[in-house]
Design a protein. Structure first.
Length: 314
């Protein structure tokens, strides 16, 4: 069995199972299809993710493809499929992740200046516009038309009483997406997995909010682009640099350089990444969709990667 085929099998069993029957079936079929795995193997190593292939196929086909349609795209539409996979990234911009970060963010001295690394379209820069519901504990945001983000608190979650005061915000991404660009919005919708209609509705509502006052997302590398962007933050505020599910795409040496750049900035640092992505955060995983929420590199909580629950130890 090839490495690519094995990756698709693992994706089916560890990531798609219990979350998307369509993607579980499609990944298992792709793992046994030499045409599909051969196509994926011809791409650069950082472009071989099953989720990227399936999103690109949906982008071209306008629907979730079946095994035969996926094989046809990999043959008759090979050039178009390759172009999408080389130019697009898995940039899932899940607004509900704000509910995971909000308790930690609200503990910092305010007002705040925010920099999100790997910001995609900037939907998780809008903490203060959304409203929140933590099992009946409600926090009201500034935009009455914004979606309410529902998150189940577990343990001793320090639930905030209000949204934080944010005076400045900016995103940094290798390939920024624009909420005002219909094509970028279509790509974001293709990244939402089949059967997850609640996420699709939440994404559409968050995009509508963002379009009224789009957040600034700048093109740049997370190490070399960070100092210049941070220099634009206003004085007299708490600068917070944060990221969700970003560093797994960065080699270990790059993660170390990023941590060093943050130390030089003296900024507060919040991260939500898989266990062990940051040194010292290799905690037991509840499932394959679990994040470790860390503050300045130290674990403080665990959470679902799509924001459905957050757990703070007692």
């Amino acid at each position: 069995m090839t490495t690519v085929a094995r990756d698709f099998q693992l994706f089916a069993r560890r990531e798609a199972r219990g979350r998307s029957a369509a993607y579980e079936s499609l990944a298992e079929s792709a793992a046994g299809d030499a045409v599909v795995t051969g196509f994926v193997a011809s791409l650069p190593a950082d472009r071989r993710q099953p989720a990227l292939l399936f999103a690109a196929a949906r982008y071209l086909a306008g629907e979730t493809p079946g095994p035969g349609q996926l094989r046809e795209l990999a043959t008759r539409s090979r050039a178009e499929l390759e172009e999408v996979m080389r130019t697009r990234r898995v940039q899932t911009n899940e607004p509900a992740r704000c509910a995971v970060l909000l308790p930690a963010l609200s503990q910092l001295p305010q007002p705040l200046a925010l920099i999100e690394v790997g910001a995609s379209a900037g939907l998780t820069l809008l903490f203060d516009r959304y409203s929140y519901d933590y099992a009946g504990h409600r926090v009201t945001g500034s935009d009455p038309h914004a979606p309410t983000l529902y998150c189940q608190p577990r343990g001793a979650v320090p639930l905030p009483s209000r949204v934080p005061a944010i005076t400045w915000r900016a995103g940094l991404d290798l390939n920024p997406l624009r909420v005002t660009d219909d094509d970028d919005v279509r790509w974001l919708s293709c990244l939402v997995w089949p059967e997850e209609s609640d996420r699709a509705e939440r994404l559409a509502a968050a995009i509508a909010v963002a379009r009224r006052d789009p957040p600034a997302v700048h093109r740049g590398d997370l190490v070399t682009g960070l100092p210049a962007l941070a220099a634009g933050a206003p004085p007299g505020v708490t600068l917070v640099v944060y990221h969700c599910s970003v560093l797994y795409q960065v080699p270990p040496q790059g993660r170390e350089r990023f941590a060093a750049a943050l130390r030089d900035l003296g900024a507060s640092w919040l991260s939500a990444e898989g266990p062990g992505i940051l040194p010292g955060t290799d905690v037991p995983a509840v499932d394959d969709q679990m994040y470790v929420l860390a503050r300045d590199g130290h674990p403080v909580a665990t959470a679902d990667s799509h924001g459905t629950w957050v757990h703070w130890p007692t």
